[in-house]
Design a protein around this ligand. Sequence first.
Ligand code: FES
Length: 79
Amino acid sequence: MTVTVRFLPDDVTITAEAGEPMLAVAQRAGITIPTGCLMGSCHACEVELGDGTPVCSCISSIPPSSEEVTINLYSDPLW
Ligand code: FES
């Protein structure tokens, strides 16, 4: 299943396969997501999905969706 993925705030849109690792898709789109542990515990890589759900991108993959998936790399002032 092909999913359209949109990265904010850079507003880069790319197509990906459902289940592809989020970091790999971001890299292909030329987006750098800051990472640390790569194990889902430090939250350095946290991004927000279109519905506002925070996820650790290092352990997440592209969800199957018939609609565009938005991945928001908000910059957390606490970091
Ligand atoms: S890199 Fe540490 S939670 Fe993702």
